[in-house]
Design a protein around this ligand. Structure first.
Ligand code: FAD
Length: 506
């Protein structure tokens, strides 16, 4: 039997998502991980709305939401006292079908994805590490090592989802510029005295930051904080070392600590996300401060972006050029994210006047007032939830109609996400569908969905009578204010979009 065309190295959330999406596309793959099984530590806690939308495409959003806890209220504290609280309930209403952030610990999340893969007959090969690889003309030859075994395998594409110390990135000789924060972070799962809470608590202070979030699977609370600077030089830091500061800053009493770990946080983006037939995704390509809960969601976004491109090139649905758009689309977002999370993090824990202003004035006095303004709430949600991600500069993006431009995420309008479940190209028309256009779309194997024109469509930014060609990840490829078959055909020809079975795999 020939080797599958895709070799995924690493079965963290990024590699597992890539595998699950490829499975849904019907693309065979192999997924290996050097660890003995799924991660045991909960690490990333927050799933953003955009990630839930991707699960919605697979019909899995409700199952994920059932396992997690939507964050309804955030409490901000300084010097151990609450200075502001914000209701986050339905903060993104009208923007996303999932107008909240969801607490779902990474270990539960990974197990969920492993189970989903199993339903597709796919399994992670645990205890198998990528040792080295070579990009030859037409294929990648990889050497894999198990406990007492070594084997060579061929793949058409290699996907390095192998985390911060990525062997794929290192073997590609890619720089990983950026830096490491001075602060040492800790993470703990604790049982807290008193009635259970599902709110989020954030304590900010000069050089101090502690966050408390609910962990459903254990009924515990997750603490994430900065180890006080006087303890950083200690050979080993334990929960007892940080207990007093965490308890007084958050106003809690910890009855029991189940798990405690310290870690350093980096802010880095790899120089490239693709070299030849090898790609890097997730932490292999970018690392950021935990501010805003973006890290894991960004890795999942990388996997979604690359999965359909790999699938459609392998299946001959589009030309190989679409693979060239993975790096520019995702590296631009990663760079911007690292910059903004860095600024946010420095602002929250810094000692300068701007940080003091943020903690003493902005959060307690201005933010609650500003979040009463609908436009501010929308902007805040759109940024944190990753629903604002746009690929307007991508070679795949063309045209503009209303406020929607090629590259934008399809604005959500109640029922208009149902057609995304096909994981294929589709055409949405807001008004009358021209029969010639419908015919041209059908010839390309592109499903057409039409929606009546109303105020909601106008508010969402669509233009009356416009047509939007959508990519399989729900981003607008081509926006046509006056739908013309010639424009659709020219776009399809440019990217090599052919009805299924039209082209040979590359
Ligand atoms: C303590 C801690 C707390 C964190 N808290 C947060 C948080 O609150 N919010 C947030 O967004 N992010 C957080 N993160 C970061 C988050 O966990 C990562 O962004 C996320 O795990 C990235 O997923 P990934 O799949 O890209 O990489 P990883 O989860 O690192 O997975 C990489 C996988 O590749 C495997 N692997 C590595 N090398 C090889 C090889 N040569 N061959 C085969 N397999 C290999 C590894 O075994 C691993 O399973 C935290 C991280 C840590 C360490």
């Amino acid at each position: 039997m020939p080797d599958p065309p895709v070799l995924i190295v690493g079965a963290g959330p990024t590699g597992l998502t890539l595998g699950l999406r490829l499975a849904r596309h019907g693309v065979p793959f192999r997924i290996v991980d050097q660890a003995g099984g799924p991660g045991q530590a909960s690490r990333a806690m927050v799933l953003q709305a955009r990630t839930l939308e991707f699960y919605g495409q697979l019909g899995l959003a409700e199952a994920v939401i059932k396992r997690g806890i939507p964050v309804e209220t955030a409490h901000f504290r300084e010097h151990g006292t609450e200075v502001a609280s914000l209701s986050l309930k339905d903060v993104g209403a009208g923007i996303s079908p999932y107008p909240f952030a969801l607490c779902f610990p990474q270990d539960d999340h990974e197990r969920f994805l492993v189970d989903q893969l199993a339903l597709h007959g796919a399994a992670v090969e645990w205890g198998v590490a990528l040792h080295r690889f070579e990009d030859r003309a037409g294929s990648v030859r990889a050497t894999l090592r198990g406990n007492a075994t070594q084997e060579d395998c061929e793949a058409v594409y290699l996907c390095g989802c192998d985390g911060a110390h990525s062997v794929v990135r290192q073997q590609l000789g890619l720089g990983f510029p950026g830096g490491t924060y001075d602060q040492l972070f800790y993470v703990a799962d604790v049982a807290v005295a008193g009635p259970p809470t599902t709110d989020l608590f954030l304590q900010l202070g000069e050089r101090s930051l502690v966050l408390m979030l609910p962990v459903r699977s254990s009924g515990m609370q997750r603490l994430i904080g900065i180890v006080p600077s006087e303890l950083v030089t200690q050979a080993k830091v334990t929960f007892e070392d940080v207990r007093r500061s965490a308890e007084s800053l958050l106003g809690i009493t910890v009855e029991r600590a189940n798990w405690f770990s310290t870690y350093r946080v980096h802010h880095r983006v790899a120089a490239r996300f693709r070299v030849g037939r090898a790609f890097i995704l997730g932490d292999a390509g970018h690392l950021h401060s935990p501010a805003g809960g973006q890290g894991m969601n960004t890795g999942i976004g990388d996997a979604v972006n690359l999965s359909w491109k790999l699938a459609h090139v392998i299946q001959g649905r589009t030309g190989p050029g679409v693979l060239d758009t993975y790096e520019p689309e995702r590296i631009a977002f990663a760079r911007k994210l690292v910059e903004t999370t860095d600024r946010a993090f420095q602002g929250m824990v810094g000692q300068g006047w701007s940080s003091r202003f943020l903690r003493s004035w902005f959060l307690p006095h201005l933010l609650p007032a500003l979040t009463g303004v609908a436009a501010v709430r929308r902007a805040m949600f759109s940024t944190l939830s990753q629903t604002r991600i746009s690929y307007r500069d991508s070679a795949l993006s063309e045209g503009s109609a209303g406020q929607v431009r090629g590259g934008d995420r399809l604005p959500w309008l109640g029922g208009n996400y149902a057609g995304l479940a096909g994981l294929d190209w589709s055409l949405q028309v807001y008004g009358h569908v021209d029969p010639d256009l419908a015919h041209a779309a059908a010839a390309l194997g592109v499903a057409v969905d039409s929606f009546g024109w109303d105020d909601a469509a106008a508010t969402a930014g669509f233009a009356r009578g416009a047509a939007y060609l959508l990519r399989p990840d729900g981003h607008v490829a081509l926006a046509m204010p006056h739908p013309e078959t010639a424009t659709l055909r020219a776009y399809a020809a440019r990217i090599g979009l052919a009805s299924r079975g039209g082209q040979a795999p590359c």
